[in-house]
Design a protein around this ligand. Structure first.
Ligand SMILES: [Zn+2]
Length: 254
């Protein structure tokens, strides 16, 4: 049981909005993908946490994610605590992703930007050989007991961490062409029926379906233009790009 790429986000439907097309594309390239939602969505204006669970499962099928789980961190109260870092580190050790997708570290919603730092620090912790996340769940210091490490005991750190920046106005360092995946990604978002179908509850704060589609399309086109393709999703990496052959660098300059 492991995934090549793991997307971590605060709320169910964040992944669909920010990197669902990329996940679907990676699955179609033969990589296994997973989604970790930190919260269950119990504070949402529309629908219950149970509705969300069903919808998240349907959306995961559409983006062809082979694994999805929601942690029990309270909705609206994603905090970068030792306990929460261990919860995420346990999943990193279990799923052993090569690539982790996190939300960008700035944003309007505190859960989103906190998830970014929490996720990064959990990736770091997951690689510490002497850390046993099960033994230290209620402790404030790591225990040095690698010999009785359980199922989540084998250290693992992802090779690459990239940040999905769609929620924030920042220039991405790269975009992923999702022209082929755009429709399916929109359907994955629409799988959150209690959120996005036209209805009375929350009418003042939630746009109608047609409006959502226009907005999502405008954003995907905007980032698509940056990459010289029709639709794309934006990402940022902290590291520089490494190039072997200058003649193969994509995206036209002039
Ligand atoms: Zn969210």
């Amino acid at each position: 049981m492991s995934v090549d790429i793991l997307a971590i986000a605060a709320h169910r439907d964040d992944v669909e909005q920010t990197c669902g097309g990329t996940l679907l594309k990676m699955a179609s390239l033969g990589h296994s993908t997973g989604i970790l939602d930190l919260t269950k969505g119990e504070l949402g204006t529309r629908g219950t946490a149970e509705d969300r669970a069903r919808e998240a499962e349907a959306a995961a099928k559409i983006v062809k994610a082979s694994w999805r789980q929601a942690l029990d961190i309270p909705d609206g109260r994603v905090e970068n605590t030792w306990e929460n870092r261990l919860k995420v580190a346990r999943v990193i050790r279990e799923q052993r992703p090569r690539v982790v997708i996190l939300p960008y570290w700035k944003g309007r919603h505190p859960d989103h930007y906190t998830c970014s730092t929490l996720g990064y620090e959990a990736c770091f912790l997951a690689g510490l050989t002497k850390l046993d996340p099960d033994a230290t769940a209620n402790d404030d210091s790591p225990q040095h007991t690698p010999q009785d490490a359980g199922a989540t005991g084998n250290p693992h750190r992802p090779f690459k961490i990239v940040y999905a920046t769609l929620y924030y106005d920042v220039r991405p360092t790269f975009v992923v062409d999702i022209t082929e995946q755009f429709e399916a990604r929109f359907e994955a978002l629409m799988a959150y029926k209690t959120q996005f179908s036209d209805q009375e509850a929350g009418k003042g704060i939630f746009p109608a379906r047609d409006e959502i589609r226009s907005r999502i399309e405008a954003m995907a086109r905007f980032y698509g233009l940056m990459g010289g393709v029709t639709y794309a999703e934006p990402f940022l990496q902290k590291e520089v790009g490494l190039v072997d052959d200058l003649t193969l660098i994509p995206v036209k300059s002039i």
